[in-house]
Design a protein around this ligand. Structure first.
Ligand SMILES: [Zn+2]
Length: 287
């Protein structure tokens, strides 16, 4: 049981797809839950929100780090006197925070997950751009961490060396390969200098798309800005595959030129721009 309130997410090949899919929404659902302590036997001391606004593991990370028991229930940690004060013989309760007086309502849950800033960024940042559909689909796959890189293949039981063929010093994870690798960073830094933006790269691709919103002056500039991350991810992924499967390596300088040429091709087909060459595009981005 997941915290004593639902079954664990099934990972085996058996079972009905719909019911296997539903438990995967538990973490999202649980963000709107809090707990009312009864006998404390079903509430996880460190992981559930039962005291304050955050789980104790997040409120007191240093204490959690040195805790010897990290998966105990509230009742395992409280002494007898305190347990008496909170009601020893009552059961623990789940509380739906979005509607305290009416209990759980589908409507309140739906409104919460459709609110701006909650999961809607992928629609705007990925699908509502001028990137070609297959590239947007690739970006979507990347944001979900589903592309077939070494780390994910190892999780599937395939034995191979977890090695980044770009920088040749680190393991190959999605976020490293496409965001934090020194090779990838050269490309990202070039873009931020070009646009005159000070940027701290988030930890994950999904967080990067979440941050990559807003507009930059005119509508045309915003179109360019929103197409950029797709272009960068696509370039890096193709370069990674060329190195992995064909043994071909492109220098960072050549990759930057390649990036501009392909971005120019994308923008040309939108009919919004009249760039005749890469220099025109670079001039337009330097706003
Ligand atoms: Zn690397």
């Amino acid at each position: 049981m997941e915290g004593g309130w639902m079954t664990k997410i099934p990972t085996g090949p058996y079972g009905v797809g719909l019911w296997k899919y539903i438990p995967r929404g538990w973490n999202t659902f649980a963000r709107f839950l809090t707990f009312e302590v009864g006998d404390g036997s079903r509430i996880r001391f460190w992981d559930d929100v039962w005291c304050g606004r955050d789980p104790l593991r997040e409120a007191f990370p240093e204490l959690y780090r040195i805790a010897r028991v990290k998966d105990g229930a509230v009742a395992d940690f409280l002494n007898f006197r305190v347990v008496l004060c909170i009601g020893r013989y009552e059961e623990d309760k789940l509380i739906w925070k979005l509607s305290l007086d009416k209990g759980f309502q589908v409507k309140s849950f739906y409104n919460a997950i459709c609110a701006p800033g909650f999961g809607s960024f992928l629609w705007k940042s990925i699908w509502k751009t001028k990137a070609p559909p297959r590239v947007a689909f690739f970006s979507w796959t990347v944001a979900l961490g589903k592309i077939l890189i070494a780390e994910n293949l190892r999780h599937r039981g395939i034995i191979l060396v977890n090695w980044c063929c770009m920088c040749k010093v680190a393991g190959e994870s999605v976020d490293h390969l496409l965001l934090h690798c020194t090779y990838a960073k050269e490309l990202w830094d070039m873009i931020f200098v070009l646009f005159g933006i000070h940027w701290v790269m988030p930890k994950s691709v999904m967080a990067m798309f979440d941050c990559w919103q807003g507009s930059l002056g005119s509508y045309q500039n915003t179109v360019i800005w929103r197409a950029v991350p797709h272009r960068v991810l696509w370039c890096l992924w193709r370069e990674r595959n060329a190195r992995t499967f064909e043994g071909c390596e492109t220098s960072v300088v050549d990759l930057k030129l390649h990036f501009y040429r392909l971005l120019l091709d994308w923008l040309s087909v939108t009919g919004l721009f009249n760039f005749t060459n890469v220099i025109d595009l670079i001039d337009s981005c330097s706003f």
